[in-house]
Design a protein. Structure first.
Length: 151
C-alpha cells in the first residue's frame, strides 16, 4: 500500500514537471461554463488544467454516476481547485503537500468563496469546500474524491 502511494506521488511530481494538455478537449470541457466561471478557471496553469481535464473525462466516462447529478460533478471537476488560482504554491510546497497531504493555501475554502462571489450554486460551493473531506457520506462525492486523488 505504501509503495502504491509513493508511486502515485512520484507520478504527481512528474505531471508537475512535464504536464500535457489537449487544448481542444479543454475547450470542449469548459464550453458550457458561464463566461465568469470560464475566465476564473482559465487562470490555472497548464498542470492544473491537465489535472482538471483528467478528472472531468473520468467522470464523463463513469456510467455509475447518476444522470441527475452527473452535470454537477462534471462542473465540480473543472472548478474544484479554483482556489489554487489565488495562491499558487511553489514546487517545493507542492511536493510537501503531495507527500504529507497538507494544503498550505487552503484552496478548498478559497475556492468555495470564489464560487459564492461569482454567484454559483451553494451546492457547488459546498462540494468544492468539501472535496477533500474524507468523512463524507455522499457516495458521488466519494467517487469524485477517488478520481481527484488518482488522476
Amino acid at each position: 500500500m505504501m509503495f502504491k502511494a509513493l508511486k502515485y506521488r512520484l507520478w504527481q511530481v512528474k505531471q508537475e514537471l512535464k504536464p500535457r494538455l489537449c487544448e481542444k478537449a479543454w475547450e470542449n470541457a469548459t464550453a458550457n461554463l458561464s463566461p465568469e466561471l470560464k475566465a476564473a478557471v482559465e487562470k490555472h496553469n497548464i498542470t492544473e488544467k491537465a489535472h482538471l481535464l483528467r478528472v472531468y473525462e473520468a467522470i464523463a466516462k463513469d456510467s455509475t454516476f447518476e444522470e441527475s447529478c452527473k452535470g454537477l460533478y462534471l462542473k465540480l471537476a473543472l472548478v474544484h481547485d479554483i482556489g489554487k488560482t489565488e495562491m499558487r504554491l511553489c514546487l517545493f510546497f507542492k511536493v510537501v503537500k503531495a507527500f504529507f497531504n497538507y494544503d498550505f493555501a487552503k484552496h478548498d475554502i478559497r475556492g468555495a468563496k470564489i464560487l459564492r462571489d461569482l454567484g454559483c450554486s451553494e451546492e457547488l460551493a459546498f462540494l468544492v469546500e468539501n472535496h477533500h473531506n474524507k468523512n463524507t457520506k455522499n457516495e458521488a462525492l466519494a467517487k469524485f474524491q477517488y478520481y481527484d486523488n488518482t488522476l
